[in-house]
Design a protein around this ligand. Structure first.
Ligand code: APR
Length: 315
């Protein structure tokens, strides 16, 4: 069986980590693309040379030519600028719009059958633009946000209760901004509802930390944003597709009526398999959660409107 081909568009902090994880997990041959000549080639060679130690035989190459991503099965997009202290994800809109448009045109041209996972921020707008420009069907363009946000929530809950992270199941839905929605009614620790284990006030503090967890890392790093955990999150989504796992994961998916939302990318649980986003799962949310979802979708709609203005101004 031929190896799968995974194209990583953007070879910065997340791109490099993605390549390393792809190799360690033997997901397939990796092509790293970036506009800075030498960086994708150097990182790729470095990872390739660890093959004999780690025991992987996959090829890892770097390039500045889109031609090399030809025929990729999966494209993971991190091309763009990351935030610095004091910036919100939305502040990246102007610069990353231009980059995402160019990237999407090239994915459509060179990897027309790929399953595309977008990580670049502001996520909800960038994944919308990617779908529009590629013209790909909604099942083949998805945004990474919920897997990471849920992982952060699970981390903090496991830490609070001193239990294994593997015992904590949780979903964080909605847009990838400060009004994301940790869904308490679906959060359990070894089958027990979270509200039985952590007092409401403390749970609210944990949820607030979850909403601001990206900013917490930006404030510590000072020169960029999180990259290990976003890469792990996207790899989980890629694996679900490559191995046809039919795994339910919270992702930014294009909604057409689900949750009463139409024509917007929004964080909801979806099933990922060989067909990409095969199904949107509709949860029974509490009234409070439904209201929070409405607030969050309002913000995503504003963000898309702001993007449209930027695009119109840039021609
Ligand atoms: N085409 C391809 N790559 C590009 C382009 C372009 N037009 N413009 C910039 N890049 C590359 C940069 O050269 C850099 O190597 O994108 C890479 C981005 O890497 P980092 O700056 O290290 O950012 P990273 O931490 O990887 O985050 C990337 O993901 O989570 C989001 O907010 C984050 O939008 C940011 C993105």
């Amino acid at each position: 069986m031929a190896r799968k081909k995974i194209a990583l568009i953007g070879a910065g902090n997340i791109g490099g980590t993605l390549a390393h994880l792809c190799a360690l997990k033997r997901l397939g041959d990796v092509v790293m693309y970036d506009v800075i000549d030498g960086v994708p080639q150097g990182k790729a060679l470095d990872i390739f040379e660890a093959g004999p130690i780690e025991g992987y035989d996959v090829n890892i190459t770097g390039t500045t030519k889109y031609d090399d991503i030809k025929g990729a099965d999966v494209c993971i997009v991190t091309a763009g600028v990351a935030r610095k202290p004091g910036m919100s994800r939305d502040d990246l809109l102007g610069i990353n719009c231009k980059i995402m448009r160019e990237v999407s045109e090239n994915i459509a041209k060179y990897a027309p059958n790929a399953f595309v996972i977008v990580i670049t921020n502001p996520l909800d707008a960038m994944v919308t633009l990617c779908k529009r420009v590629t013209g790909f069907p909604k099942n083949r363009v998805v945004g990474q946000a919920g897997v990471l946000d849920s992982s952060r929530y699970r981390t903090f809950i496991a830490q609070e209760l001193n239990v294994s992270v593997q015992n904590v199941t949780a979903m964080v839905l909605g847009g990838h901004g400060d009004d994301m929605v940790p869904v308490r009614s679906y959060c359990q620790v070894a089958g027990q509802p979270i509200e039985r284990l952590i007092p409401a006030k403390r749970l609210e503090e944990i949820e607030q930390r979850t909403r601001q967890a990206g900013g917490e890392i930006v404030a510590l790093l000072k020169t960029g944003s999180a990259f290990y955990s976003p890469a792990s999150a996207a790899i989980q989504m890629a694996e679900a597709h490559l191995f046809d796992k039919k795994q339910v994961l919270p992702c930014a998916a294009y909604l057409e009526g689900e949750y009463g939302i139409n024509g917007v990318y929004f964080g909801v649980p979806v099933q990922i398999g060989a067909g990409g986003v095969e199904r949107v799962i509709e949860l029974d949310l509490s009234e409070k959660e439904k209201k929070e979802m409405q607030v969050s979708v309002g913000h995503v709609q504003e963000l898309v409107t702001a993007m449209d203005k930027v695009l119109a101004a840039n021609g």
